[in-house]
Design a protein around this ligand. Structure first.
Ligand code: FAD
Ligand code: SIN
Length: 533
């Protein structure tokens, strides 16, 4: 392996809505590096379906969006952050339109060219701006085009960040970021990158579970790296399971958007009976935690492998025009959603907790920012409301850009980064250990730390995590790092944070449900779970 080094004003780790949003909002004179683990488009952003919430309808109000977010968040949303994010809904949509994102509009003469708004769980109004059922692709490709056109932004695809590098400067004992070590996976070379400002925009950690709607890059890298570097992490017990992913051996938990239920989709048992009204008066449009738990309950009660999502009562024309991508993909898997119900199951979807960041995205380390799904800002509380995530990415990208520009007017001087030393390690002849441990971790996290938990199962998971950690430390000390190994290390770190947080919350709230403490405990637990390294 060779050793190169590069210096930038700002390093952005991640090329989804958060990373690209930040790059495009920073002053153009700054030298910026954007790193992506695989290709630039490979992140959750690209797969987002439903849309982006914003108050645009005259019958809707900011107050209503805030109330819905807070209600979905089951008592843990930070109200100042909710107010900040919701108040920037329209500005964020306008910013995307200025950056050439094409959203769906009405095509009737009365409302021609007005943005079409859809509805999802927890929202009491139509307020989800979308590009048919492929909103993420529209956002990802428009922002990528803009970033590629900026000469001051350099993109590094297939670069996997290994760890952050910090230093203590200015004699005040405070930690400053100074850069990161990166594995160039195409060249199998490790480079060091130096910058006074680094932003984690690395997305979520849902790959820690066996079944997930997320792409392969969602391995909690930003959370694990920030934790190892000394940042606090919060609310990791609140992992969100999306209620409806296609149940099909080849579909790899392909998501069926909540917008389908927003347009009348009904959840059915195999005998055709509707069950959601028995669980919540909002029925299919209850928040995700409620719907996913109800499905899990029915599947366990009846010993069935899926429930069904039915749109066949809507006209084929309506379904095909509102959900063209879903219709097509389901056909490829052998299901015609205009004629028959789709078999669906819940799968891990969103990480509500993450690296603690303030209203500007700043973490506990000077110059280190965390934005998007990897961050914990207080917006989502114990359960994120649908379509609030991309909005959060954009709002915090903007907030962070202003703060970073100020910070860089007087940046700290930090020592140069030591070259990566791998003189004492060899190539592994045991790649099987990594793949075996990956599979084991994701399986027991699904079985023991899923939708319904118990203390005993959490402790069982903790015990296994400790064994995996020992093996990982041993491997790290002996062998050259590979991408799979780095991801496994991050997943195990993240799993430990999830389990430790879940063990601390001795109540059931939002996405954390445990049979040992099935009720809400406002007196003792109306607070965030904050872990300090
Ligand atoms: P991502 O878009 O996930 O990007 C992460 C980036 O970090 C990638 O570029 C990746 O390569 C990079 N990265 C990670 N680790 C490293 C590393 N070690 N080194 C280098 N680079 C790294 N939310 C909504 O609001 N509305 C929706 O309709 C919606 N639908 C969704 C549908 C699906 C199927 C999924 C999976 C999610 C959906 N979400 C939706 C959630 C939302 O898409 C994500 O929360 C959001 O896009 C996250 O954006 P991000 O920029 O934080 O991260
Ligand atoms: C969906 O389309 O159901 C996903 C929306 C989200 O996760 O916000």
């Amino acid at each position: 392996m060779s050793n190169n080094s590069f210096t930038y004003d700002v390093i952005i780790i991640g090329s989804g809505a958060a990373g690209l949003g930040l790059a495009l909002s920073l002053p153009e004179h700054l030298d910026i590096a954007i790193l992506a683990k695989l290709s630039m488009s490979e992140g959750s952003t690209n797969y987002a379906q439903g849309g982006i919430s914003a108050v645009l309808d005259e019958l809707d109000s900011l107050d209503s969006h805030q109330k819905d977010t807070i209600k979905s968040g089951a008592g843990l949303c930070h109200e100042d952050i909710v107010e900040l994010v919701v108040s920037k809904g329209k500005t964020s949509i306008d910013w995307l339109l200025e950056h050439n994102v094409q959203f769906s509009t009405h095509n009737n003469t009365r409302s021609k060219n007005k943005l079409h708004l859809s509805k999802e769980g927890g929202h009491s109004h139509r307020r989800v701006v979308h590009a048919n059922d492929s909103t993420g692709k529209a956002v990802q490709s428009a922002l990528s085009d803009q970033v590629l056109a900026r000469p001051s932004i350099k993109i590094f695809e297939h670069h996997n960040v290994i760890d952050l590098v910090t230093s203590q400067t200015n004699n005040n004992g405070k930690k400053y970021i100074s850069g990161c070590y990166v594995l160039d996976t195409k060249k199998d070379a490790i480079i060091s990158m130096k910058a006074p400002c680094v932003t984690l925009a690395t997305g979520g950690a849902s790959k820690v579970y066996l079944y997930t709607s997320n792409p392969d890059v969602s391995t909690g890298d930003g959370i694990a790296m920030a934790w190892r570097a000394g940042c606090r992490v919060a609310n990791m017990e609140f992992m969100q399971f999306h209620p409806t992913c296609l149940y099909h051996p080849q579909a790899k938990s392909f998501l069926i958007s909540e917008a389908v239920r927003g347009e009348g989709g009904l959840l059915l048992l195999p005998d055709g009976t509707r069950f959601m009204p028995n669980f919540d008066k909002r029925a299919e449009l209850a928040p995700r935690d409620v719907v996913a738990r109800a499905i899990d309950h029915e599947m366990k009660r009846l010993g069935i492998s899926s429930v069904y999502l039915d749109m066949s009562h809507r006209t084929a024309k309506f379904t095909k025009s509102h959900f063209p991508m879903l219709y097509q993909r389901c056909l490829e898997f052998g299901f015609d959603m205009t004629k028959e119900p789709l078999p669906v199951v819940p799968a891990a979807h969103y990480t509500c907790g993450g690296v603690m960041a303030n209203k500007n995205g700043l973490t506990d380390i000077a110059g280190l920012y965390a934005i998007g799904e990897t961050a914990f800002t207080g917006l989502h509380g114990a359960n994120r409301m649908a379509s609030n995530s991309i909005l959060e990415c954009l709002v915090f990208a903007k907030q962070a850009s202003t703060d970073i520009a100020k910070f860089l007017q007087n940046p700290p001087t930090s020592p140069s980064i030591k070259a990566w030393d791998d003189s004492l390690v060899i190539n592994s002849d045991e790649a099987i250990v990594v793949s075996h441990n990956w599979a084991e971790l994701r399986r027991f996290m699904w079985d023991y730390v899923g939708i319904v938990r118990t203390t005993k199962r959490l402790e069982r998971a903790k015990h296994r995590i400790n064994l995996l950690k020992e093996e990982i430390d041993e491997y790290y000390g002996k062998f050259h790092v590979t991408s799979d190994f780095l991801e496994l290390r991050n997943l195990v770190n993240t799993a430990e944070l999830i389990v430790n947080s879940a063990l601390l919350r001795k109540e059931s709230r939002g996405l954390h449900y445990t049979l040992d403490y099935p009720s809400l405990d406002q007196k003792n637990f109306q607070k965030d779970t904050i872990l300090t390294p």
